[in-house]
Design a protein around this ligand. Structure first.
Ligand SMILES: *Cc1c(COP(=O)(O)O)cnc(C)c1O
Length: 409
């Protein structure tokens, strides 16, 4: 086997069938971003699209742009594009507000459609998702009950009061993936719906919402979809559930005929009923560019590169950093592992700052986790090598300071 050195990883980059995607992003040459799962990178085409929207379509056409340039349809057209990435047929995905607000809408809708009152969720779910569920129980459905149980106990906790199971498909800390199809089937057998949060999955993992029997899903636009800071998120409601599905923020653009200005609300027959008011056009066109770019890549190749990158991260980390007290809570089994790798170390926060000082951006998650997320469309294999090399230097001095009381770097 070839020696594991930087040139080995350069050779992997040369053989990478997705390598040409990197040039489609506007990246500063002197830094490595391993945090595209928190905020993705700007596609170069986003600039042109924003310039055209502001300097041409908006300027020249003002209000008629809503019709002339399809602005009003964009939440649905971008939604269908996202649908192709997540295995959803047309007419089931729409772009809305932030993921948190979208989750609010779909969770209320799920409770509305059932006489059962329990929301069952993973106690380790993303905090915003837990807050939203608790907020609904406090303010909207005072008879609802949010039950948090650890992920491994979820299926055993299904009982005849569970209206909806609310889960993140890939864990935001460890990247562990939950078995979507199996959970959907078990929940359905128990008479419950499942609401998935795809924020750490879409764009990096192959998803098959329709084929896996999904009911409801939300996801984030600014992570692996590279939609830009504050890009809106999206909602999925399976077409079999859409006709009776009601969400509580019933604004005019969710109406069947907004421009009839009727006095009473009548929901759009399709996925439009999930929307509320004017879409955030500037963010939405940026999201469209990110999603379109992601849609050009073969999902199998994206997944293969992602598991290779995270696999190398784990292998280099356990091989070289293991003796320096770094633990890897991310599953070693690629089938159970999402797009990032978490490392646990008591000095995680200091290490994240040290990496940043060397031009390597990772995320720190309190108290002891570092998240390293290689984005298959713009990261390289050498990025993984370089990050681990810097981490090894930092850890060696941390280790020395912990062991001998010498001030560490
Ligand atoms: C990033 C993320 C969100 C983002 O929520 P916003 O309301 O769009 O800021 C929601 N849920 C999960 C699981 C996330 O990872």
């Amino acid at each position: 086997m070839a020696a594991l050195d930087r040139s080995f990883f350069e050779a992997l980059d040369q053989a990478d069938p997705l390598s040409s995607f990197r040039a489609r992003f506007d990246l500063p040459g002197d830094r490595v971003f391993l945090n595209g799962n928190s905020l993705g990178a700007p596609p170069k085409s986003t600039w042109n699209r924003l310039a055209r929207l502001v300097g041409q379509d908006w300027r020249d056409d003002m209000n008629s742009g809503w019709w002339k340039h399809g602005w009003l349809d964009l939440p649905r057209t971008v939604g269908d594009r996202i649908g192709r990435l997540v295995g959803a047929g047309p007419g089931q995905v729409v772009v809305g507000e932030s993921t948190s607000v979208n989750l609010f809408k779909l969770l209320c809708g799920a409770l509305r459609s059932s006489t059962r009152r329990t929301v069952l969720t993973d106690s380790g779910n993303f905090p915003s998702d837990l807050y939203i569920a608790d907020g609904i129980a406090a303010h909207v459905h005072p008879d609802a009950r949010v039950r948090r149980v650890p992920a491994p106990d979820l299926l055993d906790a299904l009982d005849d009061d569970v209206a909806v199971v609310m889960l993140s498909h890939a864990d935001y800390r460890t990247a562990e993936i939950l078995p979507m199809k199996e959970i959907n089937e078990r929940a359905h057998a128990a008479g419950a719906l499942v609401l998935w949060d795809l924020s750490h999955s879409a764009g990096v993992l192959p998803l098959a919402l329709d084929a896996d029997g999904a009911d409801l899903a939300v996801g984030c636009g600014y992570k692996y979809l590279n939609g830009g800071p504050g890009a809106p998120g999206y909602m999925y409601v399976a077409s079999r559930l859409l006709p009776g599905f009601e969400q509580p923020i019933t604004g005019w653009l969710g109406h069947a005929d907004p421009f009839a200005f009727e006095a009473e609300y009548r929901p759009d027959p399709g996925v439009g009923r999930l929307t509320t008011g004017c879409p955030p056009l500037l963010s939405l066109v940026a999201l469209d560019e990110g999603v379109a770019l992601a849609g050009e890549a073969d999902p199998g190749m994206v997944r293969a590169k992602s598991t290779a990158l995270t696999g190398w991260l784990i292998e280099l980390t356990t091989g070289r950093l293991g003796p320096l007290s770094v633990e890897v809570p991310t599953p070693a089994d690629p089938a159970r592992r999402g797009g990032h790798v978490a490392l646990r170390h008591p000095a995680a926060e200091r290490l994240a700052r040290g990496l940043a000082a060397h031009g390597i951006a990772v995320e720190f998650r309190s108290p002891e986790l570092l998240r390293l997320a290689p984005s298959p469309l713009f990261n390289r294999y050498v990025d993984v090598w370089d990050a681990v090399a810097v981490l090894e230097r930092l850890l060696t001095s941390e280790h020395r300071s912990l062991t001998y009381g010498v001030a560490g770097g």
